[in-house]
Design a protein around this ligand. Structure first.
Ligand SMILES: Nc1ncnc2c1ncn2[C@@H]1O[C@H](COP(=O)(O)OP(=O)(O)OP(=O)(O)O)[C@@H](O)[C@H]1O
Length: 941
């Protein structure tokens, strides 16, 4: 499939620049620099293309010392300053390219509304969801600009053509490149680099596509030289070649893209690949564990990996698993059953163009299938190690590097004629912050290291941008405040520092999933890209300056454009041949002159301190986070415990109150019933006695009275037992304490109000009993006899009155409930016009203290409230004395029906003295006289 036409597409690709064009040759190999020196000396004033980093000035006066630090110290040479157009004095500033790729909504959130709105091909508007806004006040939207925004439906091919193909183009032309994907988990980084989960051509990611394009382009131009790369950009020739002992048969079936880039056919090409990962600030070689340790010759048959017919993902796994498991098992056996990976260190490249990973395998691949097989098996090793380490593979940064070695056909055996360029494609770990990952222990450390490396990357880009702005600013003062770029604070930035300071082009792909990943995280990612985009990647890092022989200098200068023409026409071989004849000496020694200013001298010390402080800071942050997590966990536990206890307590209270309420209600009801019954009975005998000549004070009356008292005592006890003594008639009764001092008229029934025949009957009874005192006195006397206290009529009267008062107060309580009848003086007078009111009297609590019912005295000690409350789970309601009493008495509810409403207006003091049972009532109906009943009861006793 042909790539879409873009400024950097294959059709637009410029040919390899003329050898005289100093600016076209990157600072990658010795030959490059030497040749550049020659070119610069011979064609001083004809830079055909803008000058690139690592280029030269001419003559001794033209040599310049260039600081190796971050490009701050570049000084234009006098020779370059004299150039009329000034093109070579300053390399064209190219900013780091930033692309935004928005992934399509996941199936689960297909109707979700994204918080990114594409405004144009370069701009997106990021609008905070309302729930992210404080107090639900919408935050203002932010506009972010990119080199290009790729909407969710962008095909992989279009994305590759725009973002990666230009880098591949430069790679084959001898320039370095870096591409990395940045974003939170699940935003599509792996999809962008590796591709989708199916084998479809359209799903293939930028990395397999780049491999395809490289091999498509060099087809027929492969070098047969026995080479091996060294360091960043060195090549050595070997006596025997190392053939990769790994083949993925299915790689041949993997759809191939037809894109091709036109390359310089004066060169032959050799491709090397490496795959490393940075995990927890340690660098590992992913190919170390999956590649055979002993080299195989081309004549030896290569072992073919087996695989099963499984979907793509498992196919890759099964293929790689064969290799991976074999070698991993070997590693484990060698290590006493423990799988060990050797972390690799970074070393300064002797060529001075940055740092390289010492010991990382650069595997020569001769076909795209081999390259794909290496990539897939390295990918699988990443997953396997991730699984073994109980982590996700995406928690490491994966760095796949393609190295292209170009050997000029004119000097096929000269290692110095080899140019090495590389393209690193990096799948960065998810950039979520550890506060959102809720991790602890190893995972927290891992998250901390991921965040550290990404944070340092962001810091580096920010400092670079600020430095470049200062450098671009007017006046020398600003340039003195150039900040140190903290590349060394993380392995990731240390590896790639040379890319950011002029050793190649860099492209950053921001992956965003605006549907189901956090707004805050993604806005952090977007801000990162905003500062990254302004970084210029063509700042000069280190310039290697060749020594030019004096006698050649003038001659070369005199050549003018001839040299260029000769080289263009005859190629590199002719040029090198001419060198000998012209007396041009290839200088073996490299003159890498670095300007070490005092600031940079002590930079190492500063860096060590900064490094230490940074580590301390990171450790503190980790500890702080851990303790915050612990505190949060403890808080949650405490809250849950308190809530649980509170709930239990509320439950207990609820049950207790329910129990008390029920008892209270039962007691009230029974008491009311009983009182009604008492009133009814007190009224009925009076009438019946009157008409039937029943003596007022029969033993049955006394028995009933005792039962009444006992019943009321039982009610009081029950109330005390339930913890509610508000209805108990005692001195501690709050109603009594607050008893109003309003004179309450006592209703008494005078004897005159009794009909004459009744009086006669009563008189008869009294005469019979030899007692002239009224019915109350009769009762009191009998009670006194029972208690052994005889003779004090006055006291007995008082007691009776107090009992009346008690009942009156109880009536008041009943009134408050609205469930009991009310007796007032008016009602009494209305109902009983023949009754006379006793003079009003003061109600006082003090005399009451001298008299307490047995229930009043017994209740607190028998049922202490505290004892009840100390019980933690009063789940069962035990029957109290009231219930027992009720069952003994077996009161019938039918009593209510028998009581006429008007009877409630009777004065109850009468009832206490006139008691009759239902049996007696029945007997009355049978016209049995009271005297007879009395006799019968005496007899039964
Ligand atoms: N542009 C896209 N088109 C279609 N599917 C996509 C796209 N981007 C991502 N996906 C799908 O979204 C899912 C997550 O993508 P991917 O694994 O690449 O995310 P990631 O950022 O690499 O996550 P992690 O950091 O956890 O590895 C995958 O199933 C992938 O197929």
């Amino acid at each position: 499939m042909a790539p879409a036409p873009t400024p950097s597409s294959s059709t637009a690709k410029p040919r390899l620049p003329p050898k005289s064009a100093a600016g076209t040759t990157p600072a990658t190999g010795r030959v490059t620099r030497l040749r550049a020196a020659k070119e610069a000396s011979t064609t001083p004033s004809t830079p055909a293309v803008p000058r690139q980093p690592g280029l030269l000035a001419m003559g001794k006066e033209g040599l310049r010392k260039v600081s190796g630090k971050n490009g701050q110290k570049e000084k234009p040479t006098p020779a370059l300053r004299t150039k009329p157009d000034g093109a070579a004095s300053q390399a064209p500033a190219e900013t780091l390219k930033a692309f935004l790729r928005i992934r399509p909504p996941p199936a689960a959130a297909s109707d979700a509304r994204p918080y990114l709105e594409i405004q144009s091909t370069t701009d997106v508007l990021m609008r905070a969801p309302i729930e992210n806004s404080r107090h639900h006040v919408p935050k203002p939207p932010h506009l972010f600009s990119f080199d290009q925004v790729f909407p969710p439906d962008t095909p992989q091919s279009d994305f590759f053509t725009t973002t990666t193909l230009p880098l591949v183009d430069k790679l084959l032309a001898g320039e370095n490149g870096l591409m990395f994907t940045y974003g939170v988990s699940n935003s599509g980084k792996s999809y962008t680099i590796q591709g989708g989960s199916t084998m479809e051509a359209e799903q293939r990611g930028v990395l397999p596509r780049a491999i395809d394009v490289v091999f498509n382009s060099i087809e027929g131009l492969e070098s047969s030289a026995k080479l091996q790369t060294q360091g960043l950009a060195d090549v050595v020739f070997r006596d025997n070649d190392e053939y990769l002992n790994i083949v993925d048969p299915l790689a041949t079936q993997e759809p191939k893209i037809p894109d091709t880039i036109k390359v310089d056919r004066n060169f032959s090409y050799a491709i090397f690949v490496s795959y490393s990962e940075v995990y927890n600030e340690k660098i590992f070689d992913l190919l170390d564990s999956v590649l055979p340790t002993s080299p195989a010759t081309p004549t030896q048959p290569r072992p073919r990996a087996t695989y099963d017919k499984a979907p793509r993902g498992s196919r890759m796994q099964s293929f790689s698993a064969v290799n991976s498991s074999f070698h991993m098992a070997a590693m484990a056996n060698g290590g006493g059953g423990v799988l060990k990976r050797q972390a690799l260190s970074l070393k300064n490249d002797p060529e001075g163009s940055g740092k390289y990973i010492a010991g990382l395998k650069d595997v020569r691949v001769r076909t795209r299938e081999e390259a794909l097989a290496v990539f897939r098996s390295g990918q699988n090793a990443r997953q396997v190690f991730g699984t073994l380490a109980n982590r996700e593979s995406s928690r490491s940064h994966g760095i796949f590097t393609i190295k292209v070695v170009r050997i000029h056909n004119g000097a096929p055996l000269d290692p110095d004629s080899a140019q090495v360029s590389r393209l690193a494609i990096v799948d960065l770990a998810g950039s979520e912050r550890n506060k959102n990952t809720h991790t602890t222990g190893d995972r927290l450390k891992e998250a901390g290291n991921i965040n550290k490396s990404l944070m340092v990357l962001g810091q580096c880009l920010e400092v670079l941008r600020a430095n470049q702005q200062k450098l671009a600013g007017p006046g020398p003062a600003a340039k003195k405040r150039i900040a140190v770029v903290p590349f060394r604070h993380s392995k990731l930035t240390e590896i790639f520092q040379n890319f950011f300071v002029g050793d190649g082009r860099a492209v950053i792909v921001i992956n965003v999933n605006p549907f189901d990943t956090g707004f805050d995280e993604n806005s952090h990612v977007m801000r990162f890209s905003a500062s990254a985009r302004e970084v210029q990647t063509t700042a000069h890092n280190k310039v290697t300056v060749p020594v030019i022989p004096k006698d050649e200098g003038s001659r070369s200068a005199g050549d003018g454009g001839k040299g260029k023409a000769a080289k263009e026409g005859d190629g590199w071989g002719k040029m090198t041949a001419d060198r000998e004849s012209q007396g041009f000496v290839m200088v073996e020694e490299e003159l890498e002159v670095e300007e070490q200013d005092p600031e940079s001298e002590d930079e190492d010390e500063k860096d060590a301190l900064v490094e230490y402080l940074f580590e301390q800071l990171q450790e503190m942050k980790t500890r702080l986070y851990e303790s915050e997590m612990r505190s949060a966990a403890i808080e949650v536990e405490v809250r849950e415990e308190v809530a649980r206890e509170m709930q239990e307590s509320m439950q207990r209270m609820h049950e207790g109150f329910t129990q008390r309420f029920n008892e209270h209600a039962l007691a009230s009801e029974l008491k009311a019933d009983r009182k009604i019954d008492i009133v009814m009975r007190s009224m009925t005998p009076a009438v019946s006695r009157t008409y039937r000549n029943i003596p007022e004070h029969s033993p049955a009356d006394v028995t009933m009275e005792e039962e009444d008292r006992s019943f009321e005592s039982a009610i009081d006890e029950s109330l005390m037992a339930s913890g509610d003594d508000s209805m108990v008639t005692s001195n501690s009764d709050p109603f009594l304490a607050k008893a109003p001092t309003i004179p309450i008229p006592t209703v008494t029934i005078s004897r005159d109000s009794v009909p004459a025949h009744a009086r006669e009957a009563g008189a008869t009874d009294k005469e019979r009993n030899g007692d002239l005192v009224g019915s109350e006195e009769q009762y009191d006397e009998e009670e006194g006899e029972e208690s052994g206290d005889e003779g004090d009529d006055v006291d007995e009267d008082e007691e009776s009155e107090e009992e009346e008062e008690d009942e009156g107060l109880e009536d008041e309580e009943d009134d408050s409930d609205g469930s009991a009848f009310t007796i007032s003086a008016n009602e009494a007078s209305d109902a009983e016009s023949d009754q006379e009111l006793s003079p009003p009297r003061q109600s006082s609590a003090s005399p009451r203290k001298s008299k307490q019912t047995p229930a009043k005295k017994r209740a607190p000690s028998t049922y202490p409230l505290v004892a009840r409350e100390s019980s933690s789970t009063p789940q069962t309601i035990t029957p109290g004395p009231l219930a027992e009493r009720v069952s003994q008495l077996e009161l019938s509810d039918d009593d209510d029906d028998e009581v006429p409403v008007k009877s409630t207006k009777k004065k109850r003091t009468l009832g206490k003295k006139k008691v009759v049972t239902e049996d007696e009532m029945e007997r009355h109906d049978l016209r049995i006289s009271g005297a007879e009943v009395k006799r019968m009861m005496k007899a039964s006793k």
